[in-house]
Design a protein around this ligand. Structure first.
Ligand SMILES: NC(=O)c1ccc[n+]([C@@H]2O[C@H](COP(=O)([O-])OP(=O)(O)OC[C@H]3O[C@@H](n4cnc5c(N)ncnc54)[C@H](OP(=O)(O)O)[C@@H]3O)[C@@H](O)[C@H]2O)c1
Length: 309
């Protein structure tokens, strides 16, 4: 098939493109930068230069590639201060709203058969009931104040993709990425915070996180490009775990001292409501549906071993 990957040069894109090429697909990879075209060619893709926020450029790029499938992996996350979550996600939120709409319009114009888009499964679920959520469970009706715009953007993306009845719309709710090229790698921003004891354990550390190795996320995406019905799929590992469990293990693997423990009230001062929610109230996600319907299995079933890989 001809597959158009928006976000082909990013953490997930760099893992995804070579796998799609290896599987025999003709990949068209989008970037804003003329200078990244050579990298895309090396990955095996036909480079396409366009700005995802410019509807005419997107329509032209997709129109030229005439893909069977579009994959939307556009984000612009950078470093994150949870006190200013929505501010730091502002550009990603535009890519999830305007960017999604432009890609869908361009895809409809050329009649793409499938549209696969990146969503997130590691913080948006409602913080009530059991610790591990399926795709049927509701998203948070009352997110922390600093996360409202970001959750609204996720909802927009999901509703737009699932509502596109002219194609097979697939939403992949990835867990928190770790592994090569992500902030969850030795030297990466998140792992460095843990190594330097700047990622404290807040309150009881009861927030449940779902992780996914970046290579497993890419494998699941290839599966979604090739088969699977329209719908939402959690793409997470087999081992959702509370912060109080994974953070000390990660610190030890990074050769760091035990994480600092701070009460909720202190956590709120330094990380805001969003930070406290993430450390104490999040729910994890179940990958049962992705395993069943995408015939996918994570090669790194648990962060316990994956963090060391
Ligand atoms: N589930 C998760 O945990 C999750 C999800 C996403 C990201 N992350 C993490 O966040 C960190 C940084 O990610 P990131 O989002 O900053 O960057 P990234 O991984 O470098 O990916 C961003 C991609 O979006 C493209 N892009 C952004 N704005 C665009 C625009 N206006 N037009 C066209 N393409 C555009 C970029 O292309 P060009 O720059 O080539 O134009 C690039 O291919 C990484 O550590 C990653 O692992 C985690």
């Amino acid at each position: 098939m001809r597959v158009f990957v928006a976000g082909a040069t990013g953490a997930i894109g760099k893992q995804l493109v070579p796998r799609l090429v290896e599987a025999g697909h003709e990949v068209h990879g989008m970037t804003r930068s003329e200078s990244k075209q050579a990298m895309l060619s090396e990955l095996g893709a036909v480079p396409v230069v366009a700005d995802a926020l410019d509807p005419d450029q997107v329509a032209e790029a997709v129109g030229k590639a005439r893909p069977d499938v579009i994959v939307h992996q556009l984000t612009a996350i950078g470093s994150l201060d949870p006190r200013h979550f929505d501010r730091d996600f502002a550009m990603t939120n535009r890519l999830r709203t305007e960017g999604t709409d432009h890609l869908l319009s361009a895809g409809q114009a050329v009649g793409v058969r499938r549209f696969v888009a990146q969503s997130y499964g590691a913080w948006p679920y409602a913080r009530t009931g059991g610790p591990v959520k399926s795709e049927e469970d509701p998203l948070d009706p009352a997110p922390a104040r600093e996360m409202r715009e970001s959750l609204a953007a996720i909802r927009h993306l999901e509703q737009a993709v699932l509502g596109a009845r002219w194609t097979v719309g697939i939403v992949l709710r990835y867990g928190a990425f770790y592994g090569p090229g992500t902030s969850g790698a030795p030297g990466g921003e998140q792992f460095e915070l843990v190594r330097r004891r700047k990622f404290p354990l807040v309150g009881d550390g009861g927030g449940v996180w779902s992780f996914i190795h970046i290579a497993d996320a890419a494998e699941a995406t290839v599966a979604a490009v090739e088969h699977g019905n329209s719908g939402v799929y959690n793409v997470v590992d087999d081992d959702p775990a509370p912060v109080a469990e994974w953070l000390p293990v990660l610190a030890q693997k990074l050769g760091a001292k035990k994480p600092v423990r701070v009460p909720r009230v202190v956590g709120r001062l330094f990380a805001g409501e969003a930070g406290v929610v993430m450390m104490t109230e999040l729910r994890g996600a179940s990958n049962a549906k992705a395993k069943r319907e995408l015939a996918w299995r994570p090669a790194h079933p648990s962060w316990r071993d994956g963090f060391a890989a």
